[in-house]
Design a protein around this ligand. Structure first.
Ligand code: FES
Ligand code: FES
Length: 408
């Protein structure tokens, strides 16, 4: 048993639980907060959505012990929340619920949309709410309810808080939500959470060529160190074809022309093989040793599309002769594979992909340092993240695969 200290709906509590107890069970069984519903327990349906440090989170895939010290707000804690109250009225008026099973999660997610988005289109709302499934209503009433609350609030001069005021990096429960009180959360007036940043410090000035206001749906940061001098690593990053060859499954269609390149990447996750074909714009800044890659791609088979931005900064490592590379990755995934970006699976795959990339990069740079052609180094060219997945996610993948097969 572990002791977990939480502030739940504004009240500090301390309780013992097994390390494996997920937050939804902890709240329902230990605190009788049964407004948090459990549907799939796979992080897919959104029924269990609540706020951890003001950020919507799936309580079925969040361990209670991992939230030690966090502020948790369940649907019961939104009783006096202004936005939630308006939403409840609008859901009733627009027939946004039938059996009500999905409703607590819907309210929490919808509240976040209203808090953050100034003037979303119906498509924006449907897209953002796609992480909450409803088996009864067909979503029309839910979408209308959210639209009506937004237009009403904007007409009353209540503006959205850009990005919900999220400025510091960290997933829900990481303690990086900033100084936000539970009462602010309850009033719906606070900048309540901590969406990750989209750039590595120093990479933003290198600027993507597609600075058109696009914001990725999911972002995360990574860094790694290679045992080679900074000039060598920076030079290598300028050879796009060789960099792509370090990424298993990636290849270019021809050489880059004016910073523009076409390519493809195959990723195998258990039974699913996605093959994204697309184009990318590449920008580099020699002065700051930073760069960006902006790309879009499509996987025809699953009818999924992605847009992504990779920013990188090459820096001196902690020890002489070493180089540290900070990478920020932001992406939006739409279509059938989009549910994986919500479950965190895409980030998991990306992290594993980066680990293999670093291994290949080391191999190529070492070969080059030994006076041999870098491209002759033996590297890992195939990547199957499926073998490393948890059984829960494999189940999720199998169901999606079955759908894909039926579509063919
Ligand atoms: S029960 Fe948590 S996402 Fe379905
Ligand atoms: S109202 Fe029944 S699942 Fe949404």
């Amino acid at each position: 048993m572990n002791t977990v200290n939480l502030t739940i709906n504004g009240k500090a509590t301390s309780a013992n639980c097994e390390p494996r107890t997920h937050l939804a069970d902890f709240l329902r069984d230990n605190h009788n907060l049964t407004g948090t519903h459990i549907g799939c327990e796979h992080g897919v349906c959104g029924a269990c959505t609540l706020l951890v440090d003001g950020v919507p989170a799936r309580s079925c895939i969040t361990f209670a012990t991992a939230c030690d010290g966090a502020e948790v707000t369940t649907v019961e804690g939104l009783d006096t929340d202004e936005i939630a109250a308006e939403l409840r009225t609008a859901f009733m008026k627009e027939h946004g619920l039938q059996c009500g099973y999905c409703t607590p999660g819907m309210l929490v997610s919808a509240r976040d949309v209203i808090l953050r988005m100034q003037d979303p289109t119906e498509h924006d709302i449907r897209f953002i709410m796609s992480g909450n499934l409803c088996r009864c209503t067909g979503y029309v009433g839910i979408t209308r309810a959210i639209q009506s609350v937004i237009s009403d609030r904007r007409a009353r001069g209540i503006a959205a808080i850009p990005d919900g005021g999220r400025v510091r990096l960290g997933p829900a429960g990481s303690g990086n939500a900033g100084a936000v009180s539970a009462s602010q959360v309850a009033r719906g007036t606070a900048a309540v959470s901590s969406l990750p940043k989209t750039t590595v410090p120093g990479t933003a000035p290198a600027a993507s060529r597609k600075d058109d206001g696009w914001k990725p749906q999911t972002t995360f940061e990574q860094n790694f160190t290679v045992a080679h001098p900074i000039d060598v690593v920076w030079d290598f990053f300028g050879r796009v074809g060789e960099v792509a060859s370090c990424l298993p499954g990636a290849s270019l269609v021809g050489e880059p022309v004016d910073g523009h390149v076409e390519g493809q990447i195959k990723v195998k996750v258990g039974p699913i093989s996605a093959e994204f074909h697309g184009v990318a714009d590449i920008a580099r800044n020699d002065a700051t040793r930073t760069g960006t890659i902006d790309g879009t791609g499509k996987d025809k088979r699953s009818n999924s599309a992605t847009r992504g931005r990779i920013g990188y900064a090459v820096k001196e490592g902690a020890r002489p002769g070493e180089t540290r590379v900070d990478v920020s990755i932001g992406f939006t995934l739409t279509g059938m594979l989009a549910q994986f970006s919500r479950s965190g699976l895409v980030q998991d795959v990306a992290n594993r992909l980066i680990a293999v990339f670093v291994q290949n990069l080391e191999a190529r740079l070492t070969h080059q340092a030994e006076g041999k052609p870098a491209e002759a180094a033996p590297v890992i060219t195939e990547f199957d993240a499926g073998s490393l997945m948890s059984s829960v996610l494999v189940g999720q993948i199998k169901r999606l695969f079955a759908k894909l097969v039926r579509r063919r």
